[in-house]
Write a protein that binds this ligand. Structure first.
Ligand code: PMP
Ligand code: GLU
Length: 393
């Protein structure tokens, strides 16, 4: 049977990050000794206090549909988080709870972007952004950045990328895939650019907010440019900071009219996120926060090891990420040495010959790099480095 698909299917590729992780899982299940450097999630379990809240929710009968945009308790917990961590005030009608930050972003693009519109984002960027934009029939516009500029675009680059068709500028700091964090000065200069383009909204994906190294402070545009608040949508979630990727709770906060449009889309697609996961997310945001710094200390130690070890290898150079749990080494020298035409070939070669998984840079908009996740234990990082040394020396 030859099936006829809607044209939107041709506009987007399967998620590269999820595909590589699935390949690693498949090979491991087949008994292979895989070293997995592809994971886009903490390797820690969800803290007990959060799991207990979920069990209590089940036992207490919180097993029915909730309000589409989240329980009043979780919306209040999210408002509390914004006040506590970011000194930002949101009313409940300015918050939408979704099945992950991914759905929050998806709803946002569906609500704000259409055919002929574009969304501007620095590259490298999370591999799902461009395809989510293409699903709206809009166009992603990538601003290329380099290792030398620590993957932080200049205000001039941002200004030049914006056109009358631009609906949204999308920022992600700390960043997936490179861990770069925008400085206060960067954001202030971007705010000035946005003031010159009043038709443009800003979406700030802050999902890695709490995973930062070297004591660097976190800033987002809503904190630094209160005059732009009516044009800013914040995206966040519990997946990364609380090791809750499987629970699927994320959220958006912004102008009530935009949240309302996103709510309509959610009400006609997935309805509310899991009632049980929402109860767990309440505990994550409100209860003891000490699991977060414990995890961050472990990520920072691993970062210190892996960045130096990669940078010492011939044909590979790597800058220190400020946050998240990824680094994004430039591997063009190693690719040349091994006769790989693309980073996709290079990632394949690592998998085939070394049983080592990394995500190629091309789906993140930055060929010649690969993404290495250090959300894995030290022995796995050390073994991967040994395999690379064997290949490159
Ligand atoms: N934004 C970025 C930059 C991410 O890396 C992820 C990870 N998948 C998400 C959003 C979505 O996270 P989730 O849907 O698990 O909340
Ligand atoms: N954000 C993670 C990653 O980049 C999880 C997988 C995904 O949804 O892309 O690997």
């Amino acid at each position: 049977m030859k099936y006829k698909f809607a044209s939107r299917v041709d506009r987007c590729e399967p998620s590269a990050t999820l595909e590589v992780s699935a390949a690693a899982r498949r090979l491991r299940a087949a008994g292979q000794q895989i070293i997995d450097w592809s994971a886009g999630e903490p390797d820690f379990g969800t803290p007990d206090i959060i799991c207990d809240a979920a069990i209590q929710a089940i036992r207490g009968g919180q097993t029915r549909y909730t309000a589409v945009g989240g329980t009043p308790e979780l919306c209040a917990a999210i408002a509390h988080k914004f006040q506590r961590d970011n000194q930002l005030h949101f009313e409940q009608n300015q918050i939408l709870v979704c099945a992950g930050a991914k759905q929050a972003l998806y709803n946002c693009f569906q609500a704000m972007v259409g055919p002929g519109d574009n969304v501007v984002m620095p590259a490298p960027c999370w591999a799902s952004y461009p395809d989510m934009v293409r699903l709206t029939a809009g166009e992603p516009i990538l601003i290329p950045t380099t290792q030398e500029q620590h993957f932080r675009p200049s205000a001039e680059q941002l200004d030049q990328a914006i056109t009358p068709e631009t609906r949204i500028v999308l920022l992600n700091s700390p960043s997936n895939p490179c861990g770069a964090m925008l400085r206060r000065e960067d954001l202030e200069s971007y705010a000035e650019v946005l003031r010159g383009h009043p038709h443009v909204m800003l979406v700030s994906d802050d999902i890695y907010e709490l995973i930062r190294f070297d004591g660097k402070p976190f800033h987002n545009m809503a904190q630094l440019a209160p005059d732009l608040r009516s044009r800013i949508i914040l995206i966040n979630g519990v997946s990364k900071a609380y090791a809750m990727t499987g629970w699927r709770i994320g959220y958006a906060a912004g102008p009530a009219e935009i949240i309302d449009a996103m709510h309509t889309i959610q009400s006609q697609s997935t309805s509310n996120p899991s009632s049980i996961a929402q109860a767990a997310a309440c505990a994550a945001l409100l209860e003891d926060q000490s699991s977060v710094p414990d995890m961050v200390v472990a990520f920072e130690q691993r970062r210190n090891y892996i960045v130096k070890a990669l940078d010492d290898l011939p044909g590979i150079s790597c800058v220190r990420p400020d946050g998240a749990f990824y680094c994004f080494p430039k591997v063009d020298g190693a690719m040349e040495q091994l006769g790989c035409a693309t980073d996709i070939d290079f990632a394949h070669l690592l998998l085939e010959t070394q049983r080592l998984t990394v995500v190629p840079g091309t789906p993140f908009g930055s060929p010649g790099h690969v993404r290495v996740s250090f959300a894995t234990d030290m022995p796995t990082l050390e073994e991967g480095i040994e395999r690379l040394v064997g290949l490159l020396d």
